[in-house]
Every structure is written in C-alpha cells, then in structure tokens.
Design a protein around this ligand. Structure first.
Ligand code: NDP
Length: 305
C-alpha cells in the first residue's frame, strides 16, 4: 500500500537529517528517503574542522552521529531513488522501483552529484584508478603517485588526506589560482608531498593492464600536452545539483539548483528545499543544517495553517 507522511524529506545529508530532527520533534510524521548511505557528502569527507563545537572530526563519524539523532524522534529512514515529485494537495513521490509515497509537504535535500571529467574511458576506469572518493579508496594507493584534478576546497582537503598514503600527490588546476579558502591553500602549497601543476586540464587516461598508469594533460594556453605517470586519478571538479526529478515543477534556476526564499520555500506551496541543492552562496555543513531546520519549521507552519 502507498504510504503517506506529513512531510517527506528527500535526501539524508546534513540538511535532510536536520530537517528530520526538527519535523519529528514538532510531532509531524516524517519519512527521509535516501538512495545511498545516510550522511551525503559528509560520509566521503575526510576532515570537518569548521562546524561549531567540532574542531576536528572525521566526516563519517559526524554523519553517523547526525543519523542516530535524525531518527531518534520517530522520523523513518527509507531507501529509495526518487524519479519524480508531482504537486497536489498531497505531493506524490515516485521512486525508480515503482514505490510511491504521498506527503502533505516535501523538503528537497538531495544535494549534488560530483562532476565527471568527461574524458575517454573515465567511466570504464572508475574503480581501476579513477576514484571520486579519496576517503573510500585512498588506502589503495600506498606509496603510489596520485593525481587530484581541481582546486576547490574538496580537491585540496582530499589531497591532504591522500598524502597519508601516496608517495606523491599532484594537483592539477586549470588556472594559476585556487578556488579554495586561503587557509587550506597554505597547507597544501607548503606540503612536501604535494606538487601543483597549473594551467592544465586532463584530456586522456593512459592504461596498463586495464588500470590507470598515467594521465595526459593539456596546457590551457599553448595546448601543449604533458604526460603524468600516476596510478590514481581523483577528480574533484565541483558538482551539479541532483534535481532531475523536479525539473518539470518550474522551481529550478538555469544551473538546476532549487530557487528558495529565506524561509526555504520554493514557488510551490508545501515544497521546500535545503542544503547544497539550493541556489545559495555558501555550501557548508553548517549552512545545510540551518536550511534543514528552517525548512522543517516552515513545513510545520504550512501544515498547521
Ligand atoms: P568548487 O566548485 O569549489 O571547485 C571546483 C574546482 O574544479 C575549481 O578549482 C574549478 O576550477 C575546477 N574545475 C571545474 N570544472 C573543471 C574542469 N572541467 N576541468 C578542470 N577543472 C575544473 O567545487 P568543490 O567540490 O571543491 O566545492 C563545492 C562546494 O562545497 C564549494 O562551495 C566549497 O566551498 C564547499 N566545500 C566546503 C568545504 C569546507 O569548507 N570544509 C569542503 C568541501 C567543499 P576554477 O576555479 O578554474 O573554476
């Protein structure tokens, strides 16, 4: 039988888990639908050092604590890959396996998906040298040379993590400046195991015995190519919002992020969004949890009015 909730939260990252805490504590029946492990990007993050009261934590540990908290007041954790949300007095949430849920309010907290390099054989070599998760796969590269693509916070944080295992970490950026915060740029540029390659982009993977053995880079101005011998390639080149399932609702901006106001309301009554999936200026754990609380509170008032 199709199940119905007061509020259905889509995604169990920091935003979704906080929304679950606030909604269930407010007495709403609440489902939290997630397609992978709870925690979202937090699970794949080596170090969290800027969440108040958490000056140093492993991302997975913090995610686990949040998850325990999020289900402590009655919110139900559900597995499901949402493919469509349709509006109505009751919102209809359809999953890939045919399961359908109904809810009076929906909070979209599905975050983002990592961007691919879009170079030949990237997909085939994922798991054979190409990895999007340093925390998951870093230990496979003990005493090996690895290459990180990108110069944002993610790329730099995960590069530092990889120095525990790798003999050398090469970071490839397409400009001659980083996008990441200054504090982490300083740590990276002064690290003895890290080498920075500027003004290059990846164009081709080189293989040996069906595994990555190198990467071809191209200079952005001269187009000159260079080969880097490396057994691991970790692309950290940003992310795109996971919002395909609401593309028909007219609540997205041109980049696919959900447009919300300061109450985390979309233009559709009863549909809210929270966390990285929103069009916003700062994507952090702390801003995601804040969004989640506001969205859940908004849903509570919507249902009571
Ligand atoms: P960002 O968008 O911040 O950085 C992406 C990086 O990849 C940039 O250096 C960008 O270069 C580069 N890039 C993008 N496309 C390509 C391409 N096709 N080829 C080569 N290089 C490319 O993404 P992040 O995932 O690092 O961060 C996402 C958000 O999460 C940010 O808001 C970030 O601040 C936040 N975050 C915060 C953390 C924290 O504070 N602890 C940890 C991790 C993420 P260019 O600069 O030239 O565009």
């Amino acid at each position: 039988m199709d199940k119905q909730y007061d509020v259905m939260i889509l995604g169990a990252g920091p935003a979704g888990m906080t929304a679950a805490i606030y909604a269930s504590r407010a007495g709403l029946t609440c489902g939290m639908l997630e397609v992978s492990a709870p925690g979202g990007k937090l699970v794949k993050t080596f170090e969290i050092s800027n969440y108040p009261s958490v000056s140093h934590s492993n991302g997975a540990d913090l995610a686990y604590k949040m998850f325990e908290h999020s289900t402590a007041f009655g919110a139900e954790y559900l597995y499901g890959d949402v493919v469509e949300v349709t509006d109505g007095d009751l919102k209809k949430i359809s999953c890939a396996d045919g399961t359908i849920y109904y809810a009076k309010a929906v909070i979209i907290a599905t975050g983002t998906n990592e961007r691919k390099m879009n170079i030949p054989e990237e997909e085939e070599l994922t798991g054979k040298g190409v990895s999007y998760c340093a925390v998951c796969d870093g230990a496979f590269f003990k005493e090996k040379v690895v290459t990180v693509i990108g110069g944002g916070n993610s790329a730099l944080e995960e590069s530092l993590y990889l120095t525990q295992f790798a003999s050398k970490v090469k970071i490839v950026i397409r400009r001659d400046v980083f996008r990441a915060e200054e504090a982490i740029v300083k740590r990276v540029t002064s690290h003895p195991k890290i080498e920075i390659i500027t003004k290059h982009v990846p164009i081709e993977l080189i293989t040996k015995e069906d595994k990555v053995s190198g990467i071809v880079l191209q200079h952005v101005d001269s187009n000159e190519k260079m080969i880097v011998d490396t057994e691991g390639v970790f692309p950290y080149i940003g992310a795109d919002p996971a919002t395909l399932f609401v593309k028909e609702l007219g609540i997205l901006n041109e980049q696919g992020y959900v447009i919300v106001n300061e109450k985390m309301e979309t233009s559709i009554k009863g549909i809210y969004a929270a966390g990285d999936v929103c069009a916003k200026v700062l994507r952090q754990v702390v801003t995601a949890t804040s969004d989640g609380a506001i969205a859940a509170q908004g849903a509570f008032h919507y249902l009571n009015d």
